[in-house]
Design a protein around this ligand. Structure first.
Ligand SMILES: C[S@@+](CC[C@H](N)C(=O)[O-])C[C@H]1O[C@@H](n2cnc3c(N)ncnc32)[C@H](O)[C@@H]1O
Length: 287
């Protein structure tokens, strides 16, 4: 959930020109996470006051003190308000997700994309989620489509522990199958040729792992949901750039395919975009 912080800060501290906060922040369960242009006690106090005044349920406020980084896609957090904990339960699209916001990746900004994908899954499908985190896409799919089964992979052991708890919490045991390890290795050893659909919600690496995703698909037909990051100036179309890069990569993989839909998931900085492409693989030729 994104809210504009700047206006509230100006309202609470009308005379303090030195205070400077960014407008956006995330709410995950009862935890709020914001960034600061400069980490000073005054800025942290102002951001906390503005957040907690508008959201009375917030029990902990963190300032994000590093970029999302590393294989597990986690970030460093500095607590500036509230209880000494990093765990919470986030409610979204009728699901509950228990998560440690410091040890696992979690973004409430993917909520719309999670629902969009869950709604296109057909009954009886086998889905492979290559980069599942605490299981948000996988669990929502299983809830929306009770006859689907989802192999839900993550390399972060803590994320997989939370995924297991979330499977029980959301009563999708047996339909979401948690798997710990590298997605490429697990597909190669256990999931080749099984899937009707493969989710790749790791924009930094999805093109690098595209061959593994293709090999998880059934031979005749299947869908890939490929997340990417794209830089595009005002005169460029980020969706077009993603389609070009997909064509270049898929052309080397011996498949017939179409890219019927590409959408911007969110902006990630000036001229930077997070996109997702829906790729229909019509024939995958065995090599
Ligand atoms: C951007 S997060 C996924 C978010 C998740 N799908 C959600 O909706 O919250 C990417 C995840 O991929 C995992 N990951 C990174 N490299 C991986 C790999 N080679 N194999 C499996 N998982 C990997 C990370 O641990 C992280 O949890």
């Amino acid at each position: 959930m994104r809210k504009r912080l700047k206006e509230t800060v100006k309202y609470i501290f009308p005379d303090c020109a030195a205070i400077n906060v960014y407008s956006s922040f995330d709410i995950i369960g009862d935890i709020a996470i914001t960034k600061l242009p400069v980490f000073t006690p005054e800025n942290a106090r102002a951001a906390t006051a503005a957040i907690t005044q508008r959201h009375k349920n917030i029990k902990v406020v963190f300032v994000q003190s590093s970029a999302v980084t590393g294989e597990y896609r986690v970030r460093s957090l500095s607590r500036v308000f509230g209880e000494n904990r990093t765990c919470t339960v986030h409610k979204e699209n009728g699901c509950q997700f228990e998560v440690d916001v410091e040890k696992c990746y979690f973004s409430p900004r993917l909520s719309h994309e999670r629902l969009r994908v869950a709604k296109v899954v057909q009954s009886g499908e086998t889905v492979v989620n290559m980069f599942a985190g605490v299981g948000c896409f996988s669990i929502l799919i299983a809830k929306q489509v009770p006859t689907a089964r989802v192999f839900s992979i993550d390399i972060n052991p803590v994320a997989v522990q939370y995924m297991q708890r979330n499977i029980l919490l959301n009563r999708v045991f047996g339909r979401v199958i948690p798997m710990l390890g590298d997605a490429e290795v697990l597909i190669k050893t256990q999931l080749e040729g099984l899937a009707d659909r493969v989710l790749m919600p790791l924009p930094e690496k999805s093109l690098e792992y595209l061959h593994a995703a293709v090999s998880a698909l059934k031979l005749q037909r299947g869908w890939l949901h490929v997340h990417t990051f794209e830089h595009a100036t005002k005169t460029e179309d980020p969706a077009q750039k993603t389609v070009c890069r997909l064509h270049e990569t898929l052309a080397k993989l011996n498949v017939d395919f179409e890219v019927p839909h590409v959408r911007i998931v969110r902006s990630t900085g000036p001229n930077w975009w997070h996109l997702v492409a829906d790729v229909l693989v019509l024939n995958r030729y065995s090599t």
